[in-house]
Every structure is written in C-alpha cells, then in structure tokens.
Design a protein around this ligand. Structure first.
Ligand code: GAF
Length: 391
C-alpha cells in the first residue's frame, strides 16, 4: 500500500508543487456478480467493491479555484469557486472527464471557503464497465464531506452521486454502482434491494472461487450507448402494465408467473425487456441461496442464464462478448460467465475455481488473440472495502 501512496502523492506534488498537506482517499471500482439492468427497475442486485481504485489526493489553495488533474487524462479542469454553480461552467464541464468530480462539488452544496486542488490516479480501467465514473464521483463526495467534518449516510452519498450522473453526464443510471462502491466490504458481496435501498452482506469464499474480468476492449460508454433507451423501454412497459391494472411500482414487483398475462399486454420489445428484468431478479435470489449453500455449480449456471437473457431478451451484448462467454463455458473449472455492467462492450465476469484460474486466463487469452489479433486485459479481482480515507 505504501508504494501506491507514495506514487499518488508524488503525482499530486508534480502538479501542485505549492501543496503542503494533502489528504488521500481510495475509491474502488465494482464488479456485479448478478442482477444486470434491474437496479432501475426496483430489483435486487449482487455487486461487490474490488481491489482496483481511483485514488483522490486533495490539498487546499488560496487562489479561490478548484482544479482537477488526472494521471490518466491530459486535459485538466479548473473552476473559480464564484463560478461553480454557473450554467456556463456546467455546460463547459459536460463533455470533460472532470464532469464527475465537478458535479460532486456542486451537488455537495458545500460552501467552499478556499480553493481545492484535486489529483486523481487510477488503477481502475476506464470504460471497461467497472464503474469508474461512480467511483470518482462517490470518492469526491466522500472526500469533501470528510474534509469538512460533515456526517452523512452512505445512502445519501450514493444518491447524490447518482444525481451527478443524471444531471451532469446525462446518464439515467440506477443506484447499484454507487451503493456498492460506498458500502463495499472485504470478501463480501452486497445483496441490495434497489427499491428500498436496504442491503445485507453475503460472504464470498475467495479461497475456492475467483471472479475474473476479461475486457473485450470494445469501449463501453454509458453516455454513448443505448443505456437510456433500455431504461425508457422499461418505463414504457411499467406504464402500460399499470394502465392494464397491475398494482405495481416497479417491473420487479411482477413475478415470473405474471409473464403469461404480460405477454398479451406488452408490445414485443417491451415484453422482451420485461422478461429479462423479471427473470433476472428471480435469478439473483436463487444465486444468493446457492452460493450461501456452496452450490457453486448451480450458482454458476445462473450466470450463464443471465448472459443468455442479456443477449437475447435485453439485447445489450455484442458478438465478441457472446463468444467470450462461450469460450469460458468450454473451460474446465469455470462455473459461469456473463456480460457484466451496462453492455455494448466492456467486460465479461467469470466465476472460476481457484485451481483453474491460470488455465482459464491462458486459454481465454489465446482464443481472444486468435479472433481479435490482440491480447485482452484480464483482471483477477479480489473483493475489498468501499471508499475510505487512507492518509
Ligand atoms: C451501469 C449502470 F450505471 C448501473 O446502474 C446498472 O444499471 C448497470 O449498468 C447494469 O446493470 O453500470
């Protein structure tokens, strides 16, 4: 840990040589084991915070300016405190990487009495579906409250971070990523009810099973993807079902048995989305039961089913990812595999027996190289604590 701390502080000093004291925070990325595209439909999801982080270093300045620099982006951002809330500043930030920490500064509603220099250093890949945007936003909010000695519930940080995505980046995301990142706990997945925001921890035995991400390298950007379209399709389906007499608040209030009736009510596209949503929610509960009883094989089968549904019914997969899941299913020691996150690229997540990790990694890399003529990034993830101050 100390070497990464030294690196991050050195990076901060390089940009801000006048800085004296700096506070350092680590905000993780997340995996989602199962429960995809149901966190905006009132479903249950099972994410976990991981060992890839965005490090946030902050020092005060006397210039009345908030600055954002990143080791991963050339462009830097700066905003005078007096202009923080101006529509022009918001419009200027809208397409920059620093829109997230900027949005966090605005929505925190903190009255800044001096300028701040922020530097970010990431070991979390951007655009791979591991929630780098939620990580930087949650991390910035957490840091701001911590530095100003403000006590705030983790749920409220998550909701504010979600609002940054909605209002500043234009992505109508759910609440899963933010809740996973702020509430992460070592060696535990989070069983989150996205309707009530209540959650419980489910231990994951990492001495027998590992979660491995393989990055398709196809840029996943929620801002440019059809993510918002899928959300609208679900909203339309919900409205139609309510009009037809269903006493529901969310699509996930429907049960698998309701689908027979639903098929006669919804147009085909809305029906397909609803079919995925209802079954995926059902699978999350099944998965949680199986994993807690160490039925890894049965749990893994649910991951394959989830993928099938994301590909056929929710239509958020791409041919390369479908193939990656198929390759995984042929490898001995792989319990399950599926597309993870918003879709249209990004990573697959595979649940692999500890003894098979090396074989899995080698085999997938070979098959990927043959198809794509490049080596994929592969990440073996451990499950870690959520956003925290480290110095
Ligand atoms: C993205 C979103 F940000 C989440 O809220 C969630 O909807 C996910 O895609 C799909 O499950 O990560």
């Amino acid at each position: 840990m100390s070497s990464i701390i030294d690196t991050v502080i050195a990076h901060h000093r390089e940009y801000f040589p006048r800085s004296t004291d700096c506070a350092l925070f680590a905000s993780p990325g997340r995996i989602n084991i199962i429960g995809e595209h149901i966190d905006y439909n009132g479903g249950n999801v099972l994410p976990a915070a991981i060992d890839k982080h965005i490090y946030i270093c902050i020092s005060r300045n006397n210039d009345g300016i908030i600055r954002f620099v990143s080791a991963n982006h050339k462009e830097t951002g700066e905003v005078a405190i007096n202009n923080l809330h101006s529509p022009q500043t918001k419009a200027h930030a809208a397409h920059a990487w620093w829109v997230y920490p900027y949005g966090a500064c605005v929505l925190s509603n903190i009255e800044f009495d001096c300028g701040l220099d922020f530097s970010f250093y990431s070991t979390l890949p951007v655009g791979a579906g591991m929630s780098s945007s939620a990580s930087i936003t949650v991390g910035t909010l957490y840091a701001l409250y911590s530095l100003n000695n403000i006590t705030i519930k983790s749920k409220d940080i998550a909701l504010q971070a979600q609002k940054v995505e909605w209002d500043f980046a234009g992505v109508k995301c759910g609440i899963m990523d933010q809740m996973a990142i702020i509430n992460g706990k070592k060696d535990n997945a989070i069983m989150l009810n996205t309707q009530t925001m209540e959650f419980s921890y489910i231990p994951v035995d990492t001495s027998t099973v590992r979660f491995i991400l393989v990055n398709s390298g196809v840029k996943h950007s929620l801002r440019e993807s059809a993510y918002n379209d899928r959300r609208h399709e679900c909203e339309r389906a919900l409205l139609t079902l309510k009009k037809a007499g269903f006493a529901i608040q969310n699509l996930c209030d429907c049960s698998v048995d309701d689908l027979i009736q639903i098929q006669n009510i919804l147009p085909q596209t809305e029906y397909k989305r609803t079919y995925h949503v209802i079954y995926e929610n059902h699978r999350v509960h099944q998965f949680a039961r199986e994993i807690q009883q160490y039925n890894l094989k049965k749990a893994g089968e649910l991951l394959y089913k989830s993928h099938q549904s994301l590909s056929v019914y929710y239509e958020v997969s791409i041919p390369l990812i479908d193939e990656m899941v198929e390759w995984a299913s042929d490898i001995d020691g792989v319990y399950g595999s599926r597309l993870m996150g918003g879709g249209f690229g990004g990573c697959t997540i595979s649940m692999v027996a500890l003894y098979a990790v090396e074989h899995f990694t080698r085999t997938i890399a070979q098959k990927f190289k043959k198809r794509e003529n490049r080596i994929p990034q592969i990440y073996e993830c451990s499950i870690e604590d959520g956003t925290r101050r480290i110095e």
